[in-house]
Design a protein around this ligand. Sequence first.
Ligand code: NCD
Ligand code: ZN
Length: 361
Amino acid sequence: MTLSKFDGIELPASADFHVHLRDGDMMELVVPTIRQGGVNTVYVMPNLVPPITTVEHALSYKTRLQSLEPNVTYLMSLYLHPSITPETIISAKAAGIVGVKSYPAGVTTNSDSGVLDYASFYPVFAEMEKQDMILNLHGECPSHGDITVMSAEERFLPTLLDLHKRFPKLRIVVEHLSTAAAVETVLKCGPTVVGTITAHHLSLIVDNALGDPFCFCKPVAKLVEDRNALLKAATSGNKKFFFGSDSAPHPRGAKRGGDKIAAGVFTQPYATQYVLDAFETGVESGVLREEDVTREVLENFLGRFGREFYGDVARQRGEGKGQVIRLSKGKGKVAEIVQSEKTDVVPFRKGEVTWELEFIS
Ligand code: NCD
Ligand code: ZN
């Protein structure tokens, strides 16, 4: 059986470098699922309503997250917005905020106050470069003219190259890579430019997203060759590629029955498990060879490379609670729904068999 060599494997807890934890009822529901997915370190996205544009908001949000689940390290970010100045960057750095996320205006959930023109942020980027803060890019152009959701990422790549050229020391994470073209461009850039890959983009193609609102996210899943390029990048052993789930919970009603389908796939409770499943399917379909998927590949992609890139703030702390996970093949099952009295969310691949995961120390 494919990847049965990993049945019972013990691994360092995963780090997930792209999560949406929301606020209020949904936050209370999803934060306790972080560790169920084998994760003990998360990089938290700032696209709340209103977005997190001040140090105070980021820190009070962090306190709320910590009180719900103290056994997770939360790395916080700000939302790139006209109100952010070089002075904000200096105080954010001093307060331990790790990075700034840029959303192009209007491309995805809660991006109404996103970026229209990168040039106006050059002084902010220059200060971020100086302070060694990370720029997280949602790498898509808004659909307009001949740009569609299928070409939105590829059409953004010249902007990435331009930013990298102007700010070569600025550490940039291109989030949720979804195309072979983006993988190639990240490879072409210097060591300051890396990319995260989600579990669902390792699994899906556009046909899945079109037929199922629970597989619809931004960037949308693309073509078979794109998905295969992501599988190869994630198992390549190249430090430039590491895991960020982009788990993006929306209440069930926002996925079915609303006027518009909300973009976002909820993967938090099975984050690590889904990655193993995706690699397994990759081997079964002949895209990967079984020997390509080693323990080292898992450890690197699921934690080590991201922790190294993010640096001291993200390093796995020595021995202690929440450091080691064990995975058992075929013994887990994805819930039909995750719910509280106040809200609910449908997980990716509901009802399907997956790996069972437990923290063992
Ligand atoms: C995210 C969300 O719901 O906040 N949605 C998504 O489709 N990925 C926003 C984002 O990361 O684009
Ligand atoms: Zn996201």
